[in-house]
Design a protein around this ligand. Structure first.
Ligand SMILES: [Zn+2]
Length: 81
């Protein structure tokens, strides 16, 4: 499995397209106001509490997942794209 992963990183499938991608998230603080008429909490304010940051692990559009930034770099270099 480990060796397979390393092989997929170092030997990109030439029949596939390769684009490095990842998913990240940004946190928001949300303030709520109590609406007594509805007996409910309504979202009142949102404040972004951190900046957009690159994810730790990256994937490739060819299906290789869980790559570090360095692994993703060697993968895309090997793919020649
Ligand atoms: Zn790829």
């Amino acid at each position: 499995m480990q060796a397979e992963h390393a092989d997929a990183i170092e030997n990109p499938d030439p029949d596939e397209g390769h684009r490095i991608e990842g998913v990240t998230q940004v946190n928001y603080r949300i303030a709520f106001e109590y609406d007594p008429a509805a007996d409910a909490l309504e979202r009142a304010e949102t404040e972004q509490v951190d900046e957009l940051a690159d994810p730790e692990l990256l994937s490739c559009s060819c299906g290789v997942r869980g790559m570090t930034r360095a692994e993703a770099l060697s993968h895309i270099e090997a793919a020649g794209e």
